[in-house]
Design a protein around this ligand. Structure first.
Ligand code: UDP
Ligand code: MG
Length: 136
């Protein structure tokens, strides 16, 4: 039996820029998530580099950090039973072209880099990412 969990969601610059933040928040609520905390911020590049440090050896790392820090984002702690996996399912595949119907990335993602949302991929990373934005 899964337990109530919290995970970190980010509405990325491409989605905030297109004024999709309220629509995406509604999708979370309609799918049973509670939004516990939220804030709209813009990251410095150095903060994006720290956030995405797990990807620092990847070829897309520099572009990814430039992108995440390129405009306002909405950062949220969201809560539900099994929230980490449920959020990953609702987001859809990293590449919107491969995302299933009904997922946020299928509906709103532009490309593999501009894919509209971030979600923690494990409970451990959710805790780390929540602290990164809300507990410092
Ligand atoms: N990304 C990219 N090119 C790639 C793979 C990933 O630009 O080939 C970006 C994309 O924005 C993705 C982020 O890097 O959301 C983090 O990658 P990850 O594999 O963790 O995907 P996610 O967990 O976001 O689905
Ligand atoms: Mg990831």
């Amino acid at each position: 039996m899964s337990e109530t969990e919290q995970t970190l969601s980010i509405i990325k610059p491409d989605a905030v820029e297109r004024n999709l933040d309220e629509k995406i928040k509604l999708i979370f609520k309609e799918n049973g998530f509670k939004i516990i905390k939220e804030k709209k911020i813009q990251l410095e590049k150095s903060e994006a580099e720290q956030f995405y440090k797990v990807h620092e050896t990847k070829p897309f790392y520099n572009d990814l950090c430039n992108y995440l820090s390129s405009g306002p984002i909405v950062v949220m702690i969201i809560e539900k039973i099994g929230a980490v996996a449920e959020n990953r399912r609702l987001m859809g595949a990293t590449d919107p072209k491969k995302a299933e119907e009904g997922t946020i990335r299928k509906q709103y993602g532009i490309s593999i880099d501009k894919n509209s949302v971030h979600g923690s991929d494990s409970i451990e990373n959710a805790n780390t990412e929540i602290k990164f934005f809300f507990n410092s």
